[in-house]
Design a protein around this ligand. Structure first.
Ligand code: GLN
Length: 456
């Protein structure tokens, strides 16, 4: 813990951490040492971890990258945080993310990283002039730059996989409902899912085993499925495994360098005896408009709780209640969050609901069916995580659509609630890391982790 705390502080230029509490970390580490000495060590005893700042934590502020929650102290731990602590993990600190997890570049955080006087971008350790990806950018950077052995992330439409890919690490989003959402500051509740980000599939398996499990009293969408030992199936042979390659993931939009790295990784699978099977996910392109209707719709509802009354920021000067709401929300939310609240409110409003939200829900159902059709021909699906390597800070400037379009390969599995992951596949343009995406059928996490482990 001391080593990683020192690393975190020494590399504050990367902007990964937003909060440290050394006293708390060292107290937890000493308690872990005592349990090890007493011979009662839990599976992750003494392993230092850092949490994305979207998880609420006691003893450390929880801001979700927003001015709205700057300095907010939660009276309780998120279920995932509690479960990891029960498994012996020691909390190093909180990690930067896009505001309310809305973003693909981590450029949307309104919070000052640790050691910085004001908001500053999270930098990709492979090239500090590039974005780390988002929204779990701080988590990916902390692991890639060895500021933490592993971290938690959340993935609503790609936020574990894409930053993992851009920073050259491994991350997995389990089947929707496997990990409790209790204490994860909500963005889009039908999509949000927690998962680990680490150096290897093996480490992800250890963490995921502690993160999953039913939480019926606190998250009604958590599934009644017992926690599993995801390490058990690592090292299984994959000869005969059918890996589906969706034609739509390898089309014109895919950069040649990314394609080359992904092809090389697929070639390795063939050498291990896997079979590459052409498949189709015909509604891949539609996943962008569908996601960017459903996610903002849910966000507009979830974020209505930030009204200046219950917690978080409240405007100083106001004339009456309505004025207080308006000023609080105008001051507290950043531009991207406001954009999504407006889109979400619009698509849910009378007269537009049928044209947008309902249509999107119908197509979401078809995307689910497309995957089930594909899984008749293959055991898992592989492809790129993103169309390009990490882009330059500021490159997408004021063009939110450029960010949205880059989510094309991660959104389909999110909309279907399928388990999916990113593992390092090599390097592309400018020596930047490229990730390989693997998508499994429901509850196929163990198989995904095994397949990833075979390449590592
Ligand atoms: N990039 C997507 C978005 O901006 C996904 C974010 C996420 O998974 N949290 O919504």
């Amino acid at each position: 813990a001391r080593h990683f705390l020192a690393r975190a502080k020494a590399r504050h230029d990367l902007g990964a951490y937003v909060a440290l509490n050394e006293e708390l970390t060292l107290a937890q580490a000493r308690a872990a040492d005592a349990r090890i000495a007493a011979g009662s060590a839990a599976p992750l005893e003494g392993v230092p971890l850092a949490h994305k700042d979207i998880f609420v934590t006691r003893g450390l502020p929880s801001s979700a990258g927003s001015k709205m929650l700057a300095g907010y102290q939660s009276p309780f731990d998120a279920t995932v945080v509690r479960q990891l602590a029960q498994a012996g993990a020691v909390t190093l600190g909180k990690l930067n993310c896009d505001e309310f997890a809305m973003g693909s570049s981590n450029e949307n955080s309104a919070v000052a990283p640790w050691g910085h006087p004001g908001p500053a971008p999270v930098r990709n350790p492979w090239d500090r002039s590039r974005i780390p990806g988002g929204s779990s950018g701080g988590s990916a950077v902390a692991v890639a730059a060895r500021l933490a052995p592993a971290a938690t992330g959340t993935d609503t439409g790609g936020s574990i996989r894409q930053p993992a890919s851009f920073c050259g690490i491994t991350g997995i989003k389990p089947t929707y409902g496997r990990a409790s959402r209790y204490g994860m500051i909500a963005f889009a509740s039908s999509l949000d899912q927690a998962g680990p980000m680490a150096r290897s599939a093996q480490d992800c398996a250890l963490l995921l085993s502690a993160m999953c499990g039913p939480d019926p009293d606190r998250d009604s969408t958590s599934l009644d499925r017992p926690a599993e030992d995801f390490s058990r199936a690592l090292n299984e042979p994959i000869a005969g495994l059918r890996i589906g390659l969706p034609a739509e993931f390898f089309g014109a939009g895919l950069a040649a360098d990314v394609r080359a790295a992904v092809d090389a990784a697929l070639g390795e699978y063939e050498k291990l005896g896997a079979r590459l099977v052409p498949i189709s996910l015909p509604r891949t392109e539609l996943s962008i408009p569908v996601y960017y209707i459903i996610a903002p719709a849910e966000a507009s509802s979830n974020l209505s709780r930030f009204d200046g009354v219950k917690f978080g920021h409240r405007a100083r000067d106001y004339t009456d209640l309505a004025d207080m709401y308006c000023k609080t929300r105008a001051e507290g939310f950043g531009a991207e969050v406001k954009r999504r609240i407006m889109i979400g409110t619009y698509v849910l409003s009378h007269g537009y609901y049928d044209a947008y939200y309902l249509q999107a829900q119908k197509i979401r159902r078809m995307i689910v069916d497309d995957f089930q059709n594909a899984f008749r021909h293959c055991d898992l699906i592989a492809g790129p995580v993103a169309p390009s390597v990490a882009w330059k800070l500021g490159e997408h400037g004021n063009d939110p659509l450029a960010n949205y379009l880059a989510d094309i390969f991660t959104l389909p599995a999110s909309l279907a609630g399928l388990p999916c992951m990113s593992l390092p596949a090599g390097f592309g343009a400018a020596g930047m890391p490229v990730g390989l995406q693997l998508i499994g059928n429901y509850f196929g996490e163990a198989g995904l982790l095994n397949a990833a482990h075979r390449l590592q």
